[in-house]
Structures are given as C-alpha cells and as structure tokens.
Design a protein around this ligand. Structure first.
Ligand SMILES: [Zn+2]
Length: 655
C-alpha cells in the first residue's frame, strides 16, 4: 500500500500524467474542471522549465549564496518545524516540514532547495497550492521546489510540505547515511546518521539551504522500538506509541539548515558533568565517556577566552566508523568519529574544535561557502589557543606545526595557483565539498595569528570576542569589522595584508615563526628514528602529536625499505591503534612499495576507518602508485563509506 502511494504521488507519476494530458487534449476539453486547469498550468510551466533547463546553469538565484537555488533575497525562514518518521526497513523517511517565513519584499513565489525528494503535497497557510519540483536544476546543487504564492513585503506565512526521501540513493550525495547492523559496533540494529554540511540539508527537507539563513527548530523523530533518536536541539519529551518511540527536541537558537542533524540507532546516553553528555552505542559508551571525561574543563577554558556558552547543554555522539569527518559541530549534538577513541585522550583536540564552533560557526556563521574560512579558520585559531592553555606550550606549537604540514599537503594537491588554495575560492554553482581541505582551517588560522602578532594578544582577544558575537559574516564584513576595531582602538599604520592572505592563492608569504631550539629537538629525534638510534621506550613515551610530527619530518628524507622495516619491526608502528600514526606509515610504505603496507594491514585499515582525513590520503597514494590495488580495495569497502567520501575517492581514480 505504501509503495503504491509512493508511486502515485511521486514526481515521476506527475511527469507521465502531464504527457497523457497533452495527448488526450480533446477528451480533457470535455472534462474541464478547476483541477485539470491547474494541472495544465503546471504542465505549461514545466515545459517552459524543461526547455530552459540548459540555460539555467549560471543563473543567479540570489546575491547571497551561489550554492543555493532559493530566492534568499526575497524571503527568509524564521522557524522550521520538522517531523520525521524513520523507516529502517525501506530506508526512507516520511517527512512533514512547516516553514514559517517572512517576505522581504512583494513576492509571487517561494523557491526552496531540495535534492532527491518526493514532494507529495504543499500548503500555504493551510491551503493546497501548486508547486513545481525541478529535478537537477543545477547539476551540482540539486533540485528546486518552486511554490506559487503571492505575499506582500513583511508578511509572515507558513508553508507546509509533505514529502518522502528516496530509497536506494547510493550514487547521489545526500545527507542520510543508512547503516546495516554489521556496520555498527553492536552488530544487532541498523543505524542512521545525517551529514548536512555543506549542501545536503536540502536532501533531508525542502529548505533555504544556505548558511546565510537561520531559523529556530522544533524536531519530532519517530523510530521503531527499541531504537532511540536524537536531533540537534534540547530534548523536550519522549512518548511511546505501540512499537514506536517518538522524541521531541527544540532548538531555540536560530541555526542554518546545514547544522540540522539527526541520528538513530541502539544508543545510550551518559552524563559527564552538569551540562556535558556522551552518547554512543552501548558497547562503546563507557570507553567514550572516559576518553571525553574532561569536556567540562575544555568548555570552561573556551568560555574564559571567549564568552559564556549559550546553548545550555553540550552533547557528543560517537558514531560508527562510516562517519566521514573527525567531528561535526551540530548544535547540542556534536558528531564524532570513533577514530578519536584511542585510550589516552590524545585526540581530544577535535572535541575542543567542535565545542569552539558553538561560538564561531554556529553562533557567528559564514554567509556562504566562499568565506568558509570564517567558520574554520577562526575555530582553528581558538583551538590552538585552548590546546596551549590546557596541554601546554609544547603541544600548542606542535599542533600549529602539524596544521602547517596539512596546509602544505593540501596546497600541493590542488597546485599553488588553484582558486581552492585561496581563502576566497570561487565556488560558482559547484559543490563546496570539492574545495573542502585543510586550507580554510590552517591558512585562516595562520592569518589570525599574523593579525594577532600585529596588535597584541589581549587586544586581539577582544576582537575575536567581537567577531563571534556577529550573526553572520562574509569576508568583506570581517574586513570592515577589523578596520573599525583598529580605528576605535587608535591603531594605525599597520598592514593587514588582505590581498595576499585572503584573496591570493597558494602558501601564505609569512611562515609560522617557530623557536629554533624547538625545531632542533624534533629534527634530532627524527634523525635518530631514521638511523634507528632512537630507543623504543623513548619513542613510546612521546605524545602521539610528537610521533606524528617526527614521522612528517621523515618525509624530507628518502624513505627506504630499511626504514620501513625498522618502523614495522622495531617501532611496531604498523600495529598502532592511532590512525593519525598508522595512516602516515601506510602512505610511506605505499610510496616505496613496502610489502606490508600493501597487504592485510592496508586492507584492514581501509575497512576499519571511514574518516576522510585518513582514508583519502591513503587512497590518493594508492591512486598514484598502485591504482589497480587501490581500486580493488575501494570497490570492496565503498559501501561502508559515506557518499561524500565515495565521491571524492572515485575522482582520484578517474584522473
Ligand atoms: Zn570545524
């Protein structure tokens, strides 16, 4: 019954009906009714659209965000009420979303972003209304739902949309990631998580999918017993109805659509402090709460540098390995990779980073993806400060140097003149995922460190507090804010080097200023490791960041079979449980054809990890040195990776 309903109401059905209407025009004349007239009008505009489809590429839909197909300049979402019934058997979601919107000027239509949705019904202020669902209006950005409605400037109204997500979306990049029980730690129940950043919220519900538009949220999630569901807000209540559990969340702070997130599965929640919580599968939850037991002190250190935390609770969810990132800062529901659970808290800087996003990114949000550095560069800058305050100067310096190494690698991968190596990359109707790299994080962070060196730490802290108090920002607004701040503090005669840092591509001209003694110490350790002169015990006593930095320094030398053998046998690095270390060693091994790095250890690593930070560079090395082997392994495991990761890795083997 449900499958039938899905067919009749799907847009494919509508399309074929339009065709029939065209053929049976005479018959239709006899049966003229309001309903058919409306359908013919729809057909007309659809034909018009289809004939114009080719010319849509390059059309500007708004002046705020080239990655959104919504008329953002004309209408804004104020509130989103979303109700989702999660059907694990069919792997679809039945959704209803009510958008409370306000017209900015007189409008005749509302255009929303969408992607691979079956829209069944649209109402404006409770009345059925006509709509067009334009599939793949711009290939990289997805679909557009256009709703006809006349509203006057400043008028508020509600759009209600009933829809479903599509089944079997394996090749398209969407937010939903359905996992089989075998892909979870517990092996018993299915799992679902979403990843909306950058432009995938539109595949969860029709919306204004741009960071420039923020709304409050009411979230209602229904899952079958005994599973639990969580949404990016504060839990208000939960109810049980037959075999279903329903959870209600409220997000009172206005957030952009890309921060909307849900997860569902066999999950357990543990309280860590008054306001911090950990959620994970039962098999993992104790380990996770130990790894993250210091979250309260991190939060306090960040509050000391910035301002009080305004989201009341801070909750992390440790997801199954298919999660493609280290972390995702969904408000009240930070998602984390299980790769962070290494047993010695050495990877917790990722949690600090995600916490800081509560200010930079979630509170102050970049206006569009061309100024993504405002989210990530500012967050990475503050992360570096907090790492110093919590773990000491040595760790702070290492943290910066490792970041600098990842910046150099990313610039190398694109080539130094590529627009994606600029902090103002040109992303014109392209998927912003393509330019996702360490560059906005590390180059952005280094720019802020450069500015701090010009005006002093205390004054710069005040400026950062001012920045995170903004609602949204683009790069020009950031510059204006900085100039105003400098003016008000009577600082003149300094060169902020805007063009070379923010506009120009490639490595920044000013390099990190690192103490020579510090450098010498690690150079010596790296030389000793290279010569196999470093005692195993001394090596093991190093922090994992120190090990990673030393391993990076080896990259300046010739990687030989003998070195790989030492790393394997003497230093046991192929047995490391820390993927930060293991992926570095595997890449060296792949590059020099070391057998162990091309065998079971490699295969096991790529089956156990789904985080792009680790698997992407390993696949990149394989694509260059061992493409056949790489493709064979990729085909074996790609169904366990997130679609974002699959799309990126596929491109490496197409080159
Ligand atoms: Zn981040």
């Amino acid at each position: 019954m449900q499958a039938l309903r899905q067919f009749y109401l799907s847009r494919y059905y509508k399309k074929s009906m339009y065709g029939l209407l065209g053929l049976g025009f005479v018959g239709a004349m006899l049966l003229i009714s309001t309903k058919i007239r409306r359908q013919q009008q729809k057909q007309k505009s659809l034909d018009h659209l289809q004939s114009n489809e080719l010319s849509t590429q390059g059309t500007i839909f708004n002046s705020l965000d080239k990655c959104s197909l919504s008329n953002l300049n004309q209408v804004r979402t104020l509130k989103t009420s979303i109700k989702l019934e999660i059907d694990f058997k069919q792997q679809i979601i039945q959704g209803r979303v009510i958008l409370t919107m306000k017209a900015i000027n007189d409008i005749v239509k509302v255009q929303l972003d969408a992607k691979m949705l079956n829209v069944l019904q649209v109402k404006v202020n409770n009345e059925d209304t006509t709509f067009n669902y334009r599939q793949q209006l711009v290939q990289e950005l997805g679909d557009q739902l256009e709703i006809t409605t006349q509203k006057q400037a400043n008028e508020e109204f509600q759009i209600e949309i009933i829809y479903q997500t599509q089944q079997n979306v394996h090749n398209g990049q969407v937010a939903l990631n359905w996992l089989q029980p075998s892909q979870t730690f517990g092996n018993k129940h299915p799992f679902l998580f979403t990843q909306s950043e950058a432009i995938y919220a539109r595949s969860l519900f029709p919306c204004q999918d741009s960071p420039s538009i923020k709304s409050t949220f009411d979230i209602e999630l229904t899952v079958p017993e005994p599973l639990k569901a969580y949404g990016s807000g504060i839990l208000v209540k939960e109810t049980k109805d037959g075999n279903n559990n329903t959870f209600y969340f409220n997000q009172p702070v206005a957030i952009p659509a890309y921060l909307f997130a849900i997860c569902a599965g066999d999950l357990e929640k543990k309280q860590i402090s008054d306001r911090t919580y950990v959620i994970a599968e039962p098999a993992l939850v104790n380990k996770c709460s130990q790894e993250f037991q210091d979250m309260e002190s991190y939060l306090q250190a960040i509050e000391n540098y910035l301002t009080p935390y305004k989201w009341s609770q801070y909750t992390v969810v440790v997801l199954p390995k298919a999660f493609p990132f280290g972390g995702m800062e969904n408000p009240n529901l930070t998602f984390l990779s299980p790769s962070l659970i290494v047993g010695d808290k050495s990877e917790t800087s990722v949690v600090i980073h995600e916490m800081i996003h509560s200010w930079s990114g979630n509170s102050m949000t970049c206006q569009n993806w061309e100024c993504f550095w405002l989210n990530e560069g500012i967050t990475t800058f503050i992360e570096n400060k907090i790492v110093g305050r919590i773990f000491g100067q040595n760790q702070q310096t290492l943290h910066g140097l490792l970041g600098d190494n990842s910046l150099k690698n990313s610039i190398n991968n694109y080539g130094p003149t590529h627009t994606y190596t600029s902090l103002s990359p040109k992303i014109d109707q392209q998927n912003p995922d393509d330019c996702f790299s360490a560059i906005p994080y590390q180059k952005g962070c280094q720019y802020l460190r450069f500015l701090e060196s010009l005006i002093g730490e205390n004054l710069f802290q005040q400026f950062i507090r001012l920045v995170v108090s903004q609602y949204t920002l683009n790069s020009d607004q950031f510059k204006a804010l900085l100039e105003k701040f400098l003016n008000e503090n009577n600082i003149s005669g300094i060169d902020i080097q805007w063009q070379s840092w923010i506009i120009d591509p490639g490595m920044p001209k000013n390099q990190l200023n690192i103490d020579q003694q510090f450098k010498d110490r690690y150079e010596t350790l790296a030389n000793n490791l290279y010569e196999s002169q470093l005692q195993l015990e001394d090596f093991q006593n190093l922090h994992s960041n120190e090990k990673c930095y030393i391993l990076d320094l080896l990259g300046n030398k010739q990687i030989t079979e003998k070195l790989m053998k030492d790393l394997e046998e003497e230093y046991q690095l192929f047995d490391s449980n820390n993927p930060e270390i293991l992926h570095r060693v595997l890449i060296y091994g792949i590059n020099c054809g070391y057998k162990v790095a091309l065998g079971d250890k490699l295969s096991q690593f790529l089956s156990m990890n789904g985080r792009m930070k680790f698997i992407n560079p390993v696949y990149r090395a394989l694509a260059q040195k061992q493409p056949e082997l790489g493709l064979r392994i990729f085909n074996m495991y790609k169904n366990s990776y997130h679609s974002i990761a699959v799309a990126q890795i596929q491109k490496m083997f197409q080159k």
